[in-house]
Design a binder for this molecule. Structure first.
Ligand code: KG4
Ligand code: ZN
Length: 340
């Protein structure tokens, strides 16, 4: 059977990502990164929308060119339907609709977090996709969830953050330490030369499989403020150890809850996705324990762990095969529902 060719747009936050896939294999996958937000120390929603508007036409052209196809070969257009910044989502959805009308093909809206989970089904050489059921830890700037994935359509949230997402906590803590945005990458970078046991931060006591990160952020802030009173150069003198210690504290929270989820569900196949899953300590820690405890661990190459459009395209393929299309009056939502 002919494999459908899909064009996907991911514009939930600040990056304009476009991908074209044939079946689950990538023909092109490009990301227009909006570096301007680094200057503001975080994503400015209005600027994000304006830059999506500016860049999307060129990026779609580039994706078609790199895929080495012609427009009429494309069978459907997929887009992120939410959650995300509403201005950014509207641009991706409106552009998808315009293409669909011009090319007379269907549109498919995809849930951003489900796409992070289904990114494990992108065809990548030398890598096999997880078998159902598996547990997925989605850790990103906007979400922190443990999800039981029973099949492409049955996903159940077992636990999630009750306040900040883990990536958000990384970024806020990095800001307190004077590091640039997005701070998670910088904490990871400096932590490599630090002692993770140098500074102790106590763990929040949250029952079940839910998470909380805002307490650690407050603890970190109070600690830094106290130390700076004694030594105004405390951060510069101790940056490596500060980064290694707070990184360990944040990641150990994820790790403890994942172990609990494995014990409760008796599911030994686990997958990590989202920007924070590219963190080197996360990868080392989970890999070590997976080999010790015989867990089947699925990690993604960094370009598919962070936001990308290939994950939207592959998720849309699943909907395409069941003819689950959206109507042209579809409106994306900043906090859109979980149903596929
Ligand atoms: O999945 P993603 O690209 O976008 C969202 O859906 O949010 O994740 C972005 C988040 C940011 O908070 C960023 O600081 C964090 O992922 N991040 C990292 C690393 N790389 C990206 N956090 C820790 N260590 C990293 N290496
Ligand atoms: Zn994301």
């Amino acid at each position: 059977m002919k494999k459908p060719i899909l064009l996907a747009i991911e514009s939930s936050c600040d990056d304009t990502a476009i991908a074209i896939v044939k079946g689950n294999s990538i023909l092109s996958n490009i990301i227009g990164v909006q570096h301007i937000h680094n200057f503001y120390g975080g994503v400015n929603p209005e600027i994000a929308s304006r830059y999506h508007q500016r860049d999307i036409v060129l990026l779609v052209h580039q994706a078609i060119f790199e895929a080495n196809i012609v427009k009429k070969q494309i069978d459907a257009v997929a887009f992120t339907k939410g959650p995300g910044l509403i201005g950014s989502l509207l641009i991706g959805a409106s552009f998808a609709k315009s293409l669909a009308i011009a090319w007379m093909i269907p549109i498919i809206g995809v849930h951003h977090i489900q796409a992070h989970i289904l990114s494990h089904f992108i065809e990548i050489e030398g890598r096999s996709s997880p078998k159902f059921p598996f547990l997925c830890l989605t850790i990103s700037g906007g979400h922190t969830q443990i999800i039981l994935v029973e099949n492409f359509f049955k996903m159940t949230i077992l636990g999630q953050t009750i306040d900040d997402a883990v990536g958000e906590a990384f970024d806020k803590i990095a800001k307190i330490a004077g590091l640039p945005y997005p701070g998670g990458i910088w904490i990871d970078y400096y932590a490599k030369n630090g002692n993770p046991k140098k500074i102790f931060f106590s763990k929040p006591k949250i029952g079940g499989l839910d998470f909380s990160f805002s307490g650690l952020k407050t603890q970190f802030f109070s600690f830094i403020r106290k130390e700076l009173k004694k030594d105004p150069k405390f951060i510069i003198h101790n940056l490596y150890d500060i980064c290694a210690s707070i990184q360990k504290s944040l990641i150990d929270l994820l790790f403890d809850k994942m172990l609990l989820a494995i014990r409760q569900t008796k599911i030994f196949s686990i997958a990590l996705s989202g920007g924070v899953s590219s963190n080197s300590y996360v990868r080392t820690k989970f890999s070590k324990v997976a080999s010790k405890k015989g867990l089947k661990l699925h990690l993604l190459p960094v370009e598919f762990a962070t936001d990308n459009a290939a994950m939207i395209a592959v998720s849309a393929q699943i909907k395409y095969s069941s003819a689950l299309f959206d109507n042209l009056d579809f409106v994306p939502g900043a906090n859109c529902g979980w149903n596929l």
